[in-house]
Design a protein around this ligand. Sequence first.
Ligand SMILES: [Mg+2]
Length: 258
Amino acid sequence: LTDLICDLDGVLYLGSEAIPGVAEAAARFRGAGGRMLFVTNNAGRTPAQVADKIRDVAGVEASTEEVVTSAMAVVGMTSPADDPVLVVGEAGITEILGDAGRSFTDDPRAARSVVVGIDRGIDYQRIARAAEAVRSGARFIATNLDPTIPVESGLLPGAGAIVAAIQTASGFEPEVAGKPYRPMRDVVRRRFPGPAWLIGDRLDTDIAMAEAEPEWTSILVLTGATREPPSDHPSDLVVAGFPEAIELILAQGGVRRA
Ligand SMILES: [Mg+2]
């Protein structure tokens, strides 16, 4: 059995377009007995919504239980001591934190923590309230620092761009939940405790996360945020895209490199 940690944006799809060949490659991998965990820093969607998107857009079989988002890493970092939480984000954050028992506020003076992720409805007032809460002593937690999200037409601002606004306005630095940081690695390791492959398109998140885990072998794909092979190969392997990565894994007989 082979365990595969797979990134989504820029690996299986770009926005609402599938990367060619991913459905067939994933089916081959599953047919060979491989297990997949879809691990995304993007906390905009709930795991159920992410699984729907993987099936609908990429044509790849996926269950809610196979999805890990950075909001789940935030859950592992927080406790009732952080309630109430002021959220800058979407359903993918509020639903996961709510399920974990966190309570919410929009009052910057009442907030004990501020959790910031991708928020496509962000406005000036929300940035102002979040910055005031952080300045007033609330814990400052970012789901992730991805500067961009790769889509069909290019790059859209990622959660990191929103975090930067609150960081600049408050003068405080966030704790970070998502790839490549430990809270996300802990969530993944609980599911896949042994050796695993990791396929991703970002050097500073996906590949950096694998570098921190000696048992994970990383494969960089060039279909997303990284379009040229890096000069100093920080990943273990570099291939054109997800189908080539799966071929490479299966060609090794599914044997995991320790
Ligand atoms: Mg990606």
